[in-house]
Design a protein around this ligand. Structure first.
Ligand SMILES: Nc1ncnc2c1ncn2[C@@H]1O[C@H](COP(=O)(O)OP(=O)(O)OP(=O)(O)O)[C@@H](O)[C@H]1O
Length: 256
């Protein structure tokens, strides 16, 4: 018998919203430790793909994580298996601390545990979860800060920390760099690489092409829900179909 395939694998994933085919026959893999970019024009189907993989929207085809089929599982079961995501809109609770924001998403143990967390009686296990998640995104000393008092860049990182807390085998980042300046974006790229180096595969959606083409091992380009290119960023930069559909002009490679 063959070994189960590690990582995320979709086969012929298709999503229809009425007459709109938002994802058409997408077969994509994200291996452990790999950063894969999913790019394309507005409305190309990127968020739909993340919604389908994470179980928030119905699809046909199949989704597999570390050899296990996720088909038919609700979002919380997929999350428990280590499939985690961020959302396009800033989803932090501004009037909770960073630690509380992380714990409300990651904390097993039901309402009693959550109640203790929110009212400050966090146990050692909860503190360790928060500490590990913040370390992974390089944020220190902010656990007790209210989320609304963080910079936008820090808020984005806390969103990622929240997705990493608990079990994370595959991280899906939906436009995590929107609103970041170029320095914050560079710093964010380093964080993405270091997260992948610790094990989980990362699927990155963003319109910041310097970030995506600089950080990803592979990019998949969608147009009208269909993959038109899957391959190395260096090739995507000048691929005629990618240039015509999305980039507008070939992109120069910039040495770090
Ligand atoms: N819930 C929905 N109901 C109906 N149509 C939808 C729904 N969500 C998305 N769509 C449509 O599906 C297509 C893909 O949208 P999607 O949001 O996945 O694109 P996107 O590539 O993420 O765009 P953006 O870069 O603007 O975030 C679009 O035509 C969109 O209008």
């Amino acid at each position: 018998m063959s070994e189960p395939r590690a990582g995320l694998h979709t086969t012929s994933l298709t999503v229809r919203y009425g007459g709109v085919v938002a994802n058409a026959d997408i077969s994509l893999s994200v291996e452990p430790g790999q950063v894969v970019g999913l790019i394309g024009p507005n409305g190309a189907g990127k968020t739909t793909f993340v919604d389908a993989v994470t179980g928030f929207t119905a699809c046909t085809g199949s989704v597999e994580l570390d050899g296990q089929s996720l088909d038919g599982l609700p979002p919380h079961r997929r999350r428990a298996l280590g499939l985690t995501r961020t959302w396009q809109s800033g989803e932090l609770f501004g009037n909770l601390t960073v630690a509380e924001n992380i714990l409300v998403a990651a904390r097993p143990g039901g309402a009693g545990a959550l109640w203790r967390d929110v009212f400050g009686r966090r146990d050692a296990a909860g503190k360790a979860v928060v500490g590990r998640a913040l370390d992974a995104v390089g944020l220190t000393g902010v656990a007790g800060t209210l989320a609304r008092d963080l910079t936008l860049g820090q808020q984005k990182l806390v969103g990622v920390a929240r997705a990493l807390a608990g079990t994370c085998r595959l991280l899906l980042l939906d436009e995590p760099a929107a609103g970041l300046d170029s320095n914050e974006s560079l710093e964010f790229a380093e964080r993405v690489r270091s997260i992948a180096a610790q094990g989980p595969g990362v699927l990155l959606i963003d319109h910041d092409m310097s970030l995506v083409l600089g950080v990803c091992d592979v990019v998949c380009v969608l147009e009208f829900g269909k993959p038109i290119f899957t391959g190395p960023p260096a090739v995507a930069r000048t691929d005629p179909a990618v240039v015509a559909a999305y980039l507008g002009a070939p992109m120069e490679t910039v040495d770090a």
